[in-house]
Design a protein around this ligand. Structure first.
Ligand code: ZN
Length: 180
């Protein structure tokens, strides 16, 4: 369902004016509507999305760099972003949340996490320490808010780059624009 915060893309006119004629618009049109994007000799966009197995993007070959991290959180992957910008002249970055993200409140799931690592051969204490160190900065709370926050933070570091927060709904496999 579309809301003020989550904007559907069912036709090209639905694309927010700030995103029209950009690689972000092409991503939305390609994924949601199957529109053929311009042929590029090199990628024009970096997409950062979650590692979740349900997120499956419909984009042409060679169209995009893709960084997949837990919860689309770039906390451990900034070098990938910097490399795409510096070495490949990327000027548009989509940071994409998705619905039903397991990284939402991962910090509250210590028992199951530690038990899982223990079954994989970790020591109980080692697993507990690892979880306690890592979980707070990987727990994303509101999946949509974290992509907005990341876009706003990264714009300050990269004022010449277009950052767009997007949402992938696993329920219908469509992409949505997120208003800030
Ligand atoms: Zn996720």
């Amino acid at each position: 369902m579309c809301t003020k915060r989550i904007i559907c893309v069912n036709k090209s006119e639905d694309i927010l004016s700030a995103l029209r004629e950009t690689p972000i618009a092409e991503l939305l049109l390609s994924h949601n509507l199957g529109v053929q994007v311009r042929k590029y000799d090199r990628p024009k966009i970096l997409i950062c999305t979650c590692m979740d197995y349900r997120v499956k993007l419909k984009i042409p070959e060679k169209y995009a760099f893709i960084i997949r991290t837990p919860g689309a959180n770039l906390v451990d992957s900034h070098f990938g972003l910097a490399t795409a910008v510096a070495m490949r002249s990327i000027r548009a970055v989509a940071i994409m949340a998705h619905t039903d993200c397991a990284m939402t409140h991962i910090a509250d799931k210590s028992e199951i996490f530690i038990e899982g690592l223990t079954q994989a051969g970790w020591g109980q204490e080692e697993a507990k320490t690892y979880f306690e160190r890592q979980a707070p900065e990987h727990s994303i709370g509101d999946a949509i808010q974290i992509v907005i926050d990341q876009c706003q933070r990264l714009r300050k570091h990269y004022p010449n780059i277009l950052f767009a927060p997007l949402l992938y709904k696993v329920e219908d496999g469509k992409l949505y624009q997120v208003t800030e």
